[in-house]
Design a protein around this ligand. Structure first.
Ligand code: AMP
Ligand code: GLY
Length: 431
């Protein structure tokens, strides 16, 4: 098969790495890709958001199957356009991508179909928003309705802070049109986890869990980021909790989307808060998590191409014995450019990646990397490398990943040194 993968992050490098291993993969293109993806795919210089150029490329090369990594092109209708051209695509239609693209849409669907989530209100009017905040009291959570690169959420400790966030969002100052409408919701106090499942419009194929680290610095301090590290499985997942997540949240959502006439195909990534053992939905994403995808792909046993294709073709009911997960946990440490998630320099040189990649159980996934005129590896973005390790225990995976981090010679980079601290703390406490 001829494949086209869309995206340029660590998630896409992990996907490219597993897709290229499939017997069915003859040619793999990636648009636009990065310096790491080049090792397993042919990178094509088309932006992930350039829907028409991607469709034209897929037609020109007679691509059999397109796998979309990020949410942007999905919300912009890339899957719809490919379907119109009869090109098979992994990823939801724009209408189904609204589960991520509009927080208000997701919340209303939960209300209509009785899916557990935080109590909320939707607002376009500041006066009404202020009244709601005063009625509910703090802490309270204020969210821009639209896509805001993971930054459109303010956890307000006081009513004043919530009103300030609502004012900034509705005025368009903080998130542009994504903040024209806001969702204000109850603050949930619990432990977070991410859960992933594939869907083909009607059937689901549960995958596995992970836990992300959204803050920039150790001890969950500093600004929110796209994710500074992740491990899989989440340390507190149990078969009972997984069953509740599937039957109370994932399955009802897929049934609801079908009932609404917008069936969901692709990967559904549920951001969940577990409060007293009960899962509640924080948010949906319509794609794999980045960096969660990297440990997931290290643990995957099975042919990823086969199952993604089954999801796209409505055959997931045939796939239930086709995917399993290594019992060994995997962990990813993100190395980012100093300054991220604020402004940061580009084209800083990175050495030692090949040597670090040779450590047993370690795989280094690239995100914002490129090559300079002298063919040296340089940074091109905020999150740059995902140093990922699979081992018998989270501690061992952690040691291996940080050994690799320490070999990488990149004076302009930084990482958190405490990825999986919750899991490791728990294991130490249990011993
Ligand atoms: P989101 O972009 O919706 O995932 O929100 C970003 C982060 O804000 C989440 O990962 C949570 O840590 C936190 N968060 C969002 N909504 C809530 C809520 N209702 N209660 C508590 N924390 C929340
Ligand atoms: N790591 C969080 C996300 O992919 O949205």
């Amino acid at each position: 098969m001829k494949l086209l993968l869309i995206g340029s992050g660590g998630r896409e490098h992990a996907l490219a790495w597993v897709l290229a291993q499939s017997d069915q993969c003859d040619v793999l293109y990636c648009a636009p890709g990065n310096a790491g993806i080049e090792e397993c795919a042919e990178c094509v210089d088309i932006a992930a958001e350039d829907v028409e150029a991607l469709v034209a490329f897929a037609k020109e090369k007679a691509i059999d199957f397109v796998v979309v990594g990020p949410e942007g092109p999905l919300v912009a209708g890339l899957a719809d356009r490919l379907n119109e051209e009869n090109i098979t695509v992994f990823g939801p239609s724009a209408a189904a991508a609204a589960l991520e693209g509009s927080k208000g849409f997701m919340k209303d669907l939960c209300t209509k179909y009785d899916i557990p989530t935080a109590a909320y209100g939707r607002f376009t009017n500041l006066v009404e928003a202020k009244t709601f905040i005063k009625e509910q009291g703090a802490p309270i959570v204020v969210k821009a309705d639209g896509l805001a690169a993971g930054k459109g959420v303010i956890i307000a400790e006081t009513e004043e802070e919530a009103i300030e966030a609502a004012t900034d969002m509705l005025s368009g100052d903080s998130f542009g049109t994504a903040g024209n409408e806001i969702v204000i919701e109850e603050f949930m106090d619990g432990e977070e986890l991410s859960y992933f499942a594939l869907a083909d419009g009607k059937t689901i194929l549960p995958l596995t869990s992970a836990q992300d680290h959204k803050r920039a610095y150790d001890g969950d301090q500093g600004p929110n980021t796209g994710g500074m590290g992740a491990y899989s499985p989440a340390h507190f997942i149990t078969p009972e909790l997984e069953e509740k997540i599937i039957t109370r949240i994932i399955e009802p959502t897929i049934a609801a989307m079908a009932a609404e006439g917008t069936p969901f195909t692709g990967v559904l990534y549920a951001g969940l808060m577990v409060v007293n053992g009960e899962p509640k939905l924080i948010e949906y994403n319509v794609r794999f998590g980045d960096p969660e995808c990297q440990p997931l792909m290290m643990r995957l046993q099975g042919d990823m191409l086969e199952i993604l294709l089954a999801s796209a073709e409505g055959r997931l009911d045939e796939m239930h014995d086709k995917v399993s997960w290594s019992d060994s946990p995997a962990l990813c440490v993100v190395m980012a450019t100093e300054g991220y998630p604020g402004s940061y320099p580009k084209n800083t040189q990175i050495k030692g990646v090949k040597r670090a990649d040779q450590i047993g159980g370690v795989k280094i996934f690239h995100a914002g990397t490129g090559k300079n005129a002298d063919d040296q590896l340089v940074s091109t973005g905020g999150r740059v490398l995902g140093v990922t390790a699979l081992a018998d225990s989270v501690e061992e995976a952690c040691k291996a990943a940080y050994r690799a981090v320490d070999i990488i010679d990149w004076p302009d980079g930084f990482c958190r040194r405490d990825i999986a601290w919750r899991a490791i703390g728990t294991q130490e406490a249990a011993e």
